[in-house]
Every structure is written in structure tokens, then in C-alpha cells.
Write a protein that binds this ligand. Structure first.
Ligand code: FSO
Ligand code: SF4
Length: 548
């Protein structure tokens, strides 16, 4: 019997979907509660979208939408008790959005109201809510499979964008157009008179809107912490007490750095926090000591070796090992049952745990480079352009995206190891941990491996590509540039939509194609964008290097 159904990430069981328990660790009750929340959010969107057409907005409704969508992203919230609260707030926000519409319209809605947006109530207990969630699961038998496929692409794109909108909101940056789009998109999924191309167009609009959203986040980051500069980051350990920060949220890291100043605690970054070291406003803290471990899927193996407290501020959390569970904390949207959650901005409990935990012994190791975002790379533009013109740089490769557990992901390591020395690699997100400890040298002072930043810094890579295309007076597709993406969760989905919305062609995607893409939708993507799966390193590379 099918206990649940989820196919939103690359780990989907058997390449089709998790049906008994999530490969990520998501239990069937959590899957059902997340399904109920998503269904409820479509109802919120229905009213918020109508109200917006009448000029009425409510920022609490907008923010709840992105926070709740973010809670349903892979590896974020595994806690049924918290998800019950999110579901309750979703229904309250639906009521609020409905009243907002009625007030703005001067009366109640006269056309048919989709079931998700009607005045339904939550069941009285979590157990019963789980039953309710099962009635509104991901599978929608009877719906055209291609329409369903693109609707899910759009939904997952909105989930990914919500994560970025949430970070921007935390830094005090909001953009009404982004909230408005998410409401419009989720409301459109409830429509029954739209056709396949309507949803394809909405998915492309989602990609465009995500460029705006990650641009907003880039501005929020650089306004607060200035433009990143190329920065070597040590992967050894300094003697002393330690806290490890995992996730993507820079503001949370900043607050922790402030609260640990002068306390003899060193702060280490994990995975997607690595680019934090490049920001002047963060690296000014001398106790931001280094980067620990590799990508998210190795936390089980690596965290037992970290002596102090560990805090996750966004995905990707996994089931905690017994050895470190009592020194593990969550913050923001992240939850794991039984793991202490820090509400707000007071990290004293984490700090005290680290003070009471063993200290690191000094361990020397190498430096890795980060902080090569658009401002820094474009500062080298003349040098880069000359190197391309002289033939010293033959081709650029954007090799980025998420890491994950599949054995096929060693493709990315092998690809980078095999690239000829006259190539430059731009990388971003956690996939870089497959190759960012390799010594790749430089070309006339330009490092061959440029770490542009986190997954949201795909925005930065786009700025670099667009500026190069301007400098060479050509289309981005005509640059000596190849894009090879690795995906895992829904943020990678929206980054892919952003690249497609710019008309970027010939991208390679791995380690496998999304389970929610039907053969017809894949054909559409191949016909229009010539996107394809990764294959053999040698064959793929020969084809890319042979491109004009
Ligand atoms: Fe990775 Fe996880 Fe940043 Fe994702 S740590 S997988 S695409 O959350 O967001 O790259
Ligand atoms: Fe499976 Fe991924 Fe869904 Fe988790 S998020 S249940 S691994 S498809």
C-alpha cells in the first residue's frame, strides 16, 4: 500500500517517487501535513491574488506564503507538531485573505470557488489532519499528466523562490511583485480552464521572477555586508571552542558572530555558508575561523568529529546521529523532532552548549577560495577578456548546483579533474564540494576555479555571463561557455527555470532528470532549449570543447 507520495527532489525513490517513507527521512505523516499545507496555500493564493487585482495586499499573508512554502522544501521541516501549526496559520491566513478580498470588492465572490479556497476547517487533531492531508496529496488522478507535470514544475519553482524571498525578507527586503507572482502562480494551479502552454509560460515567468528575487537578495546581502572579495578560507581547525553554522542565512550568522565576540569561541561554516567568508561585513569578525566538512549529505559521517554546537538555519538537515543530536540546534524554517529549535535571535543556549562542549585541537590544513561573485569577477573583466582574446582562456564552464548522495555525482569531480588547463570554472551552491579542494591553479593570475557563492548567487553567475556577452557583443548562447548543472531540491528547480527564462540553451543536467517531468514536457524542453542529461565525461566534454 502507498503510505505517501512525493517526487519533488532528485532522490525520489526509484526515480519515480517516495511512497513508503522519504529517502530524505520524511515520514508519511509529515508528507501528508506538507500536502495539506500546500493545498491550503493554494486557497490562500486564490484570495490574495483576487484581492491584489483590487489593489489590496496584506504583508502578513505574503510572508506566511513564502515561509510556509519554504517549510515544505526538501530537508527543511520534519516536525509534525510544527507543521500542524503551519497548517493552522495557513487556514487563518486563508480567512484573512478572503476577508481582504471581500472588503476590497465590496461584497462576496460571485463565481465558483475552488475547493481549496472554500471555507474548509482543519481537523481537530494532528492525526486527523494527516488523514485530511492524504485526501489532497501530490497525485491527482484524472488530471492531464503533462499539465500536472508543468503545474508541479511551477509549484516547485515557487517553493525554491520562496526560500530566497524569505532570506531577503529577513534582511528587511521585500518586493511586492514577487509575492504577487507566487499568489498568481498558485492560484493558476487551481484553475481548470488553462492549457499546457499557459503553465509553461507561468513556469518561464517564475524563472524570470526568481532572477528578480535573487537580485533582491544579492542587493540585501551586499547592502548589509558589502560586495564579496576573493577570500581564502582555511579548512583546518583552530584550537578552541567551536560552533558550526549550516544553511544559507547570512543574517543569522552575523547575529551569532556578534553574540560570540570575545567569548573565545570560533565560528565555522558548513556547506552553503562557505561564501559568507567573502563578505567584508562578515569576515571582519576574526573568530569566523574556517569551513568544516564537505556537502550536506556527509553530515552523518562528519558531524561526530565537530566538538561543539551545530546549528542549521536552512536546509539541508538530515536525521541527526545520536553522537551529536544533543548539541544540534535548528533555526528559522528548519525543524527536526526532538532537536532544540531557537526562536528569534538569542543564541545564548547554543553558545553555552559550545562552551560546555570539548574544544577543537589545532589542525592545519589548506585554504580554499570563495568570494568570486559578480563584482569581484567583473573587476577582472579586462584581464579576462584579454585572456579570451589571446587564447589563454579557451572556454568557461559553469559547473554548479546541489550535491547529493547518488554515486553518479562523481561525474562532476571527474569532469573538473579532466578539463584542460586553458579553461575556467565558475561554480556555485553545494555541488562545488565535489571539486573545490582540488588545486587547479590560475591563468595569468585569474584563478581557474571561481566560487561565485551560494545557489542564490546563480544571479551573480548570470550577471557575469551577461557582462561577458556584452563585452564580446554576442548572445550568451554564443559565448565560449558551457553550463553543467547538478540538482537536488526545489531551489535548483527555480534556478533552472531562471536560466531557461533567459533562453539559455545546451545545458546539461544531472545526476538524473526530475521524476515530475513527463516525456512530452521533456521533449518540449529538448526541442526549445536543447537541454540534456549528463552522459560520459569524455563525450560530454569533447562535444562542449568542440563548440565554436
Ligand atoms: Fe545545497 Fe541543500 Fe543551496 Fe540546496 S545545501 S541542496 S539547492 O539546500 O540550496 O545548494
Ligand atoms: Fe522523496 Fe525527495 Fe520527497 Fe524526500 S523530498 S520524500 S526524498 S522525493
Amino acid at each position: 500500500m502507498e503510505e505517501m507520495f512525493c517526487y519533488q527532489c532528485e532522490q525520489a525513490a526509484n526515480g519515480t517517487g517516495c511512497t513508503q517513507i522519504g529517502v530524505c527521512g520524511k515520514q508519511p505523516d509529515v508528507a501528508a501535513l506538507q500536502d495539506l499545507i500546500v493545498w491550503g496555500l493554494k486557497g490562500v493564493a486564490f484570495w490574495a491574488n483576487l484581492a491584489r487585482e483590487k489593489g489590496a495586499i496584506d504583508r502578513d499573508v505574503d510572508v506566511h506564503m513564502v515561509e510556509a512554502l519554504f517549510s515544505t522544501v526538501t530537508n527543511v521541516d520534519f516536525d509534525p507538531d510544527n507543521l500542524t501549526e503551519v497548517a493552522e496559520k495557513t487556514v487563518a491566513m486563508r480567512d484573512r485573505a478572503m476577508s481582504m478580498y471581500e472588503k476590497a470588492a465590496g461584497g462576496s465572490y460571485s463565481a465558483a470557488i475552488p475547493e481549496a479556497a472554500q471555507n474548509w476547517r482543519l481537523a481537530a487533531s494532528t492525526e486527523k489532519m494527516v488523514e485530511q492531508g492524504r485526501q489532497h496529496g501530490v497525485r491527482e488522478p484524472g488530471k492531464d499528466p503533462d499539465i500536472k507535470s508543468v503545474q508541479d514544475l511551477l509549484l516547485y519553482g515557487c517553493k525554491g523562490m520562496s526560500a530566497y524571498a524569505d532570506h531577503a525578507h529577513i534582511l528587511g527586503s521585500d518586493d511586492d511583485a514577487i509575492y504577487g507572482f507566487i499568489h498568481k502562480a498558485l492560484a493558476a494551479i487551481l484553475e481548470d480552464n488553462l492549457d499546457l502552454m499557459d503553465y509553461v509560460n507561468l513556469a518561464m515567468e517564475c524563472g524570470k521572477m526568481n532572477i528578480q528575487c535573487t537580485g533582491l537578495l544579492d542587493k540585501a546581502h551586499t547592502d548589509h555586508y558589502q560586495n564579496p572579495t576573493p577570500t581564502p578560507v582555511n579548512i583546518g581547525a583552530k584550537a578552541g571552542k567551536a560552533i558550526l553554522v549550516s544553511g544559507h542565512d547570512l543574517k543569522m550568522l552575523e547575529e551569532l558572530l556578534k553574540q560570540t565576540e570575545g567569548k573565545g569561541i570560533n565560528i565555522y561554516t558548513h556547506v552553503e555558508m562557505l561564501p559568507a567568508h567573502g563578505y567584508p561585513g562578515l569576515k571582519k569578525y576574526s573568530h569566523l575561523a574556517g569551513n568544516f566538512g564537505s556537502a550536506w549529505q556527509n553530515q552523518h559521517k562528519e558531524f561526530p568529529d565537530f566538538p561543539g554546537a551545530i546549528i542549521f538555519n536552512t536546509n539541508c538537515i538530515q536525521r541527526p546521529g545520536d553522537v551529536y543530536k544533543d548539541r544540534l540546534y535548528t533555526w528559522g524554517r528548519v525543524r527536526w523532532p526532538g532537536v532544540k529549535h531557537i526562536e528569534g535571535w538569542d543564541f545564548s543556549e547554543v553558545i553555552n552548549k559550545s562552551l560546555a562542549s570539548p574544544a577543537f585541537e589545532e589542525r592545519t590544513d589548506k585554504d580554499i577560495l570563495t568570494g568570486c561573485a559578480h563584482n569581484a569577477v567583473l573587476g577582472l573583466a579586462d584581464k579576462v577578456i584579454d585572456a579570451v582574446k589571446s587564447g589563454a582562456i579557451k572556454r568557461f564552464f559553469v559547473i554548479g548546483g546541489c550535491d547529493g548522495a547518488k554515486p553518479g555525482r562523481n561525474y562532476y569531480t571527474k569532469f573538473v579533474e579532466t578539463l584542460p588547463p586553458d579553461t575556467v570554472i565558475l561554480t556555485l551552491a553545494c555541488g562545488k564540494f565535489r571539486f573545490n579542494k582540488l588545486d587547479l591553479g590560475d591563468i595569468g593570475g585569474i584563478p581557474r576555479l571561481l566560487d561565485v557563492g551560494q545557489c542564490n548567487d546563480a544571479y551573480s553567475a548570470i550577471q557575469i555571463a551577461v557582462a561577458l556577452a556584452d563585452a564580446f557583443d554576442c548572445d550568451v548562447n554564443d559565448l565560449p561557455l558551457s553550463i553543467i548543472l547538478s540538482w537536488y531540491e526545489q531551489k535548483a528547480v527555480v534556478v533552472l527555470l531562471s536560466l531557461l527564462s533567459l533562453g539559455i540553451k545546451n545545458m546539461k543536467l544531472g545526476p538524473s532528470l526530475p521524476a515530475f517531468i513527463t516525456p512530452n514536457v521533456l521533449n518540449y524542453l529538448v526541442d526549445n532549449f536543447n537541454i540534456g542529461p549528463i552522459g560520459e565525461v569524455e563525450t560530454d566534454m569533447a562535444a562542449m570543447l568542440g563548440q565554436a
